[in-house]
Design a protein around this ligand. Sequence first.
Ligand code: M6P
Ligand code: ZN
Length: 194
Amino acid sequence: MQTFESFSKQLDLQTGVLEPVECVIQRRLSDMRNIYIDEEARERIEREEGDRLIYEVFVTKLPEKEGHLSYGTTIIYPGCVGEEFHITKGHFHKLRNRAEVYIGISGEGCLIMQSEDGSFRSLKMKRGTVAYVPPNWAHRTGNIGNEPFSFFAIWPGDAGHDYGAIERSSFAKVLVVRGGQAVLIDNPKYAQDK
Ligand code: M6P
Ligand code: ZN
């Protein structure tokens, strides 16, 4: 039997930075075209303010194979695009029946989930929250506070990321600020049948 070498990394429990840093995926405004409901606001901010960093994913490179686990942390910087909070793209797993666990490290967030039949769930997250994303649910996470929101995530190595289905239909609800509060409203761009 082939063995795989054990290892450890250091997770900064204040910031979510995972060291040694191997690979950081940065998502900027320009990577988020048509992801937010207010595409005009996104374009205006990009034009007037530059290509704002929305979130970073510190990825640990591991075999994307059955039996392994993958893990990493995500840091979502505070802010809004129009009235919508900074939020990740969101994805289904390529292998739909693969679950995921999120552990809140810092800041305030909201995990939203949606199944292929259109059911929707949301869970607030803060430091110490352990949230379970069951098999078959697409998931994305927004920062609903004033500080960076970071969380640790762990998922099966063979799960894979499928962004296409979400890019086509989006999520049924979006996280917006109303009267200083984070609320979920119906997404005008949601198209279940596409
Ligand atoms: C979590 C995990 C990662 C994911 C990241 C950002 O850390 O679910 O697998 O890549 O969030 O989300 P997305 O890939 O949807 O932008
Ligand atoms: Zn996932």
